[in-house]
Design a binder for this molecule. Structure first.
Ligand SMILES: *[C@@H]1O[C@H](CO)[C@@H](O)[C@H](O)[C@H]1NC(C)=O
Ligand SMILES: *[C@@H]1O[C@H](CO)[C@@H](O)[C@H](O)[C@H]1NC(C)=O
Length: 277
């Protein structure tokens, strides 16, 4: 747990991290004067972190006992453990508790080896309709406007690429869903380029704006997670969302100014509050 060797996890603390104000069940807390992690006896704690994130299924995130033993032997003492909203809430209002059972079992198995976890609500490109994952697709549609609907001028992935609607698109609502994610992600664009699509940017902003209660829904998701884990001694922190997008950069280009989006986007109080509930 306590180590004097160098190393750290700053590189993987991609979004924001929430520690309970005083200390976690594990006894680790942040010393406000030094801004460093300390254990229950006040000694500095240095972390050696490893990523344990399966993006699209729990299967991708499974670890064998042997793999966890190796992680311990290599000196890791913290893991960033994936926790996807869309793998937990699988249909509107339907929470698959067996998914949390899975994450909890993994956290406990790592914890018994001296590896603390921080739970990462992992997302890339928000949700399925943007060739991404992490957030439930029904909460992540853009504004209800012809511009964003199927074949509209800002239908995803405009203006980055032209949409192609395929035979396997099971979505029957007004927006349409492209079938050429692989194509859109490859070659010249690259997956991260899809953040510069009007639909995705708009949808991210609507989350921050709590449009139709979607930010409340996000807070509810975290509230449920926090209730499950609040007395788990192996949970160090919650990473509320991985790499949150800036918001609607087409409506407000100033969001592109470094650090500005931090102040106006997901810094809404209710999500952190829910997670500490
Ligand atoms: C549609 O699904 C079929 C069967 O899984 C697959 O063979 C085909 O390649 C898919 N087409 C597209 C455009 O994704
Ligand atoms: C979020 O939006 C919903 C639906 O419009 C609303 O009922 C709720 O009060 C909003 N939450 C906050 C914190 O404003």
């Amino acid at each position: 747990m306590v180590s004097r060797a160098s190393g750290g996890i700053s590189a993987i603390l991609a979004a924001f991290l929430l520690l309970s104000p005083a200390s976690t069940e594990s006894g680790v807390r942040v010393d406000p004067t030094t801004q460093s992690f300390v254990d229950s006896t006040g000694r500095s704690v240095l972390f050696h972190g490893i990523n344990v994130v399966g993006k699209n299924s729990r299967k991708e995130q499974e670890l064998s006992e042997k793999q966890m033993d190796v992680m311990k032997d290599l000196g890791f003492n913290v893991a960033r453990v994936g926790l996807s909203w869309d793998l937990y809430e699988t249909e509107p209002g339907l929470f698959d508790e067996t998914y949390l059972d899975f994450v909890e079992a993994q956290v406990n198995a790592l914890g018994r080896r001296g590896i603390l976890s921080f739970l990462d609500m992992h997302q890339d490109l928000l949700a399925k309709q943007y060739c991404g994952h992490g957030l439930p697709e029904w909460h992540m549609w853009p504004s209800d406007s012809d511009d964003f609907h199927r074949n509209g001028r800002w239908a995803f992935p405009q203006p980055v690429a032209k949409p192609k609607y395929g035979p396997n698109d099971t979505y029957s609502g007004p927006y349409g869903r492209i079938s050429n994610c692989g194509e859109a992600e490859s070659g010249k664009i690259g997956w991260a380029g899809l953040y510069m699509t009007r639909a995705l940017s708009n949808a991210a902003q609507l989350l921050y704006n709590n449009e139709s209660g979607r930010l409340d829904a996000f807070a509810d998701f975290w509230r449920k997670v926090a209730r499950r884990f609040r007395s788990n001694e192996y949970v160090l922190a919650y990473e509320l969302i991985n790499e949150p997008w800036l918001g609607d950069v087409f409506a407000d280009a100033s969001l592109l100014i470094p650090s500005r989006a931090d102040k106006v986007g997901l810094s809404h109080r209710q999500v952190p509050r829910a997670a500490s509930a």
